[in-house]
Each structure stands twice: as C-alpha cells, then as structure tokens.
Design a protein around this ligand. Structure first.
Ligand code: FE
Length: 378
C-alpha cells in the first residue's frame, strides 16, 4: 500500500493519495482543483489508476478537484450524503466502506466543522500495524476545524470528537486536511495529550473555546462554496483561464496578462471581488483604457483600482496596492501587460515569512522579480 501526502501551498490543504500497489487502484482524498495536473502526473508516474476522488466535506477555502478528476480520468466521486451534492457519483454515510483494491476505508460521520464532515478510517492490518485517520477539518494537529459557518456547531463537533474520533486507538495516525504551521502528521494519543482544544472536561468548555476564536472568514469562501456545490465545476459561464495566463499566487491573489473589458464578467463569475490594473494607459496600441475596464468592473459589481506602474515601484504605489487589497471583500485579480508588474508590486505589500514564501512561489510561476528585489533591496 502507498500513502502520499500532498500539499497545496495557496490554501494550506493536504490531500492524500492512497493506492493498493498490487492492483494499481488509487483514491485521492480532498484533492485541490489547481493541483489537478500534479495529481495526474503522479498517478501516471506511479502507474496507478484513479478509482475514486473523495472529499471530507464541502470546503470553503479551496475549490475541489473532484469534478476535474472525474472529467479527465473517469474516476468516481464520493461525498457525504448530508452534503446533498447531486454532482457526485456516490453519497456515503457513517459506517460505509470504500473499497479500492485491498484498501478498505471506513466512513465516519463527524459533523461539527460542517454538517457534512466525514473522517476516513483505515483500520490496522498486517502491513500497517497502526490505523490511519484522514481527519478532514474535524481534528487538526493541535487544533480543530472552526464551527462558525456552513452549518457548523461546536456542540456537535465536541460529540464527534469525544464520542467517536478520540475513541480510536491512541496509536492511530492522524492526517488532517490542513496545516498552517508545518505539522504533517500526529496520532490520536498525541492529540489527546497535547491539543489545547481537547483539554476540556465537558462540552460547554469546548463550546466556549470555539465561540471565542474570532476568526475572519476565509477569503475564498464566496468562490469556493458555490463552486464546490458543483463539485468544483462552475460551468455557468465558460471562462478560458489559459487565455488570460492567470497565475494564482495565493487563494486571495491572482495575476494575469492584459484583460479586455469583455473578460470582466467572467472574472466576476470566477469569484474575484477586486480588479487592479497596474498598467499605464496608452502604453500600447489597442490597449483598453482604464476607464473602459473601470466601467466593465462597475457593470459586473466589482471593485476596481488603477495603480499604474512603469519601471520602478514607488512607495506610494506599494501603499495604495496594500490599501486596496486590505479593503477587498474577497480574492483580488491584478493585471498589467504580462502580470509581472502586478506580481512585483504585490510582493512589496507583504512582510516577513509571508513575503519570502510568496517570492519563492512567484519564481516557480516564472515571473521576473527584479522590480521587487530592487524596491526591497534584496
Ligand atoms: Fe473546511
């Protein structure tokens, strides 16, 4: 058997590839739409055939790859019956088994983070003396999923944790759907002993902790939930992302080449709430003016900002960019001729480790970062 943990940097999501290496049958838990090519490459390199793609719940912070994987590989998609997603092939409930070669995953219904939350449990076997729990957002490492939206309930999560998840053997390995700090795996015993949210003696104490977290909504929420209710295939408005050479830096920020006013409605449909134009008017023949883009943005109900950049990144432009991004109600979409100036300007609005990570990621997207390096004295 093969178990591979995969990471989506933009949403801090872990996805898991499980495969029975004898039969070559595989399944993917919580795959992320933007990583679809990577999954397909890995499956092909490992000579595996994808039988199932499954989600632990309807995610608010990223778009699922269930629909894309089904379309490209012909796998079956599986979600909780509580989710009511008509787009999925199979709907599972507590106690159901998912068979993939010699792998048998048991479905545990663990509502609380969302009402449709599931964990997937792989019981110990001769080759794996410890059980594995793919815990979704129900149990995170030293944390738990939040309970303040998507029909979440702290009281329900308490019962799912204490009456179900934590009754598994202490040596059961825990693999969550997210981590924001660098943890990769844990165990039930380790979490019982060290997870601060589990150091409670009754439900009311847990509920108090959960009600006092004061978290901001995920920036992707308004995009991801509607898309995920279609299994990640939002087909109401066809939108050719490749045409615009869109590059996603984080869940909240994407850059692209010069857009046309006619692209704006599709950008809005994709869930962006702010368009930033970093190109001076009249730079090239046939370039739409800032006023034309502004009008299209207003028509589509989007915020719009024009922060023109030429050969350097003045501090007032960096400040204006930061202020516009701060005010954005959801993910932002910035463009110039190639997306390079937008990327460089955005990098200068970030700080510390976040900036360092974004620079590394922007390099992998192929952007020339000399403007930012000059502005930041790197
Ligand atoms: Fe979640």
């Amino acid at each position: 058997m093969l178990i591979r943990q995969l990471f989506d940097q933009a949403s801090y999501t872990y996805s898991y590839l499980l495969a029975d290496t004898d039969s070559g049958e595989a399944l993917l838990i919580d795959p992320v739409f933007e990583q679809t090519d990577l999954y397909i490459q890995l499956l092909s390199e490992l000579k595996l055939s994808l039988k199932y793609a499954l989600d632990t719940h309807v995610h608010a912070d990223h778009i699922t790859a269930l629909g894309a994987l089904r379309e490209r590989l012909g796998c079956q998609t599986i979600v909780s019956h509580i989710s009511g997603l008509a787009c999925a092939d199979q709907h599972v409930a507590d106690g159901d088994k998912i068979h993939c070669g010699k792998i048998a995953l048991t479905v545990l219904a663990t509502p609380g983070h969302t009402d449709d939350s599931l964990c997937f449990y792989l019981a110990p076997s001769a080759s794996n003396p410890q059980g594995y729990l793919f815990s979704g957002d129900t149990l995170l490492i030293r944390g738990t999923g939040r309970t303040d939206f998507q029909n979440g309930s702290a009281e329900t999560l308490y019962h799912s944790l204490f009456n179900k998840v934590l009754t598994l053997a202490d040596d059961t390995l825990v693999y969550p759907a997210h981590d924001y700090k660098g943890w990769t795996q844990s165990s039930i015993g380790e979490e019982k002993a060290n997870n601060p949210r589990l150091q409670v003696s009754q439900a009311s104490e847990f509920v108090d902790i959960m009600h006092n977290l004061k978290l901001a909504n995920p920036k992707m929420m308004d995009v991801a939930i509607p898309a995920n209710l279609q299994c990640g295939q939002k087909t109401s408005q066809p939108f050719d992302e490749s045409k615009l050479k869109m590059k996603r830096h984080t869940a909240a920020f994407t850059t692209a080449e010069q857009i046309q006013p006619s692209d704006v409605a599709a950008i809005a449909a994709k869930g962006y709430s702010l368009i930033i134009n970093n190109r001076p008017d009249n730079e090239a023949e046939g370039q739409p003016s800032s006023d034309e883009i502004a009008q299209a943005a207003a028509d589509a109900g989007l915020q719009y900002a024009h922060i023109p950049i030429q050969r350097s990144l003045p501090q007032n432009a960096i400040d204006e960019m930061a202020s516009q991004l701060q005010k954005a109600q959801g993910p932002s979409f910035a463009f110039c001729r190639t997306g390079t100036r937008s990327t460089n300007l955005w990098l200068c609005t970030l700080k510390g480790a976040e900036q360092a990570q974004a620079i590394e990621h922007a390099k992998t997207l192929g952007y020339d970062l000399s403007l930012a390096k000059q502005a930041l004295n790197l």
